[in-house]
Design a protein around this ligand. Sequence first.
Ligand SMILES: Cc1cc2nc3c(=O)[nH]c(=O)nc-3n(C[C@H](O)[C@H](O)[C@H](O)COP(=O)(O)O)c2cc1C
Length: 164
Amino acid sequence: MFFVGRSVTGRTSRLSEVVDVSPYFQLIYCSRRPTSSDEIGAADVRDILAVAREDNARDDITGALLVDADCFAQLLEGPADKVEALFERIRLDPRHQDVVVLCRQTVVERVFPDWSMGYASPVESDEIDRTARVFANAFYAPGPAAAAEVRELIVSAVAQVQLW
Ligand SMILES: Cc1cc2nc3c(=O)[nH]c(=O)nc-3n(C[C@H](O)[C@H](O)[C@H](O)COP(=O)(O)O)c2cc1C
């Protein structure tokens, strides 16, 4: 079971009910957590999520953050200018490194319409292994296939809704 977080709205995502003809912009990236002594810990992830949930709600951005011991992957979606402006801030954030974009695309519906920033982190060993494999592949061969794999992993992780 993945450890997951909820959105500020407190509603779970109902993917099958979402029909929206407005074009949105979606960006997926992965990055590495620092390995130095000032390594980002659980408290820092909480700080990131607190800011993300407030700022993303303001900017009509939704998405989810996947975190394992070594890496981040994040799916951001919303108005293109807002998503790109946010990504520019994230890209320069010293709390991670080796930021690699996996996809930038226009989509007709959001994957996480009710999540200002969902959160998932693998807990069980099979999930930890799968997540590590997906991250390794994403860094080795970034592109649409890796983006699809990361997207699927994030969706399946936060769909196992055990809210906190
Ligand atoms: C892995 C990671 C994910 C982040 N995700 C978001 C996010 O979704 N929304 C957000 O506002 N900030 C996010 N941040 C924090 C931003 O990098 C930045 O610190 C924040 O937007 C405040 O920027 P400002 O001080 O320039 O206003 C994230 C940071 C990291 C390291």
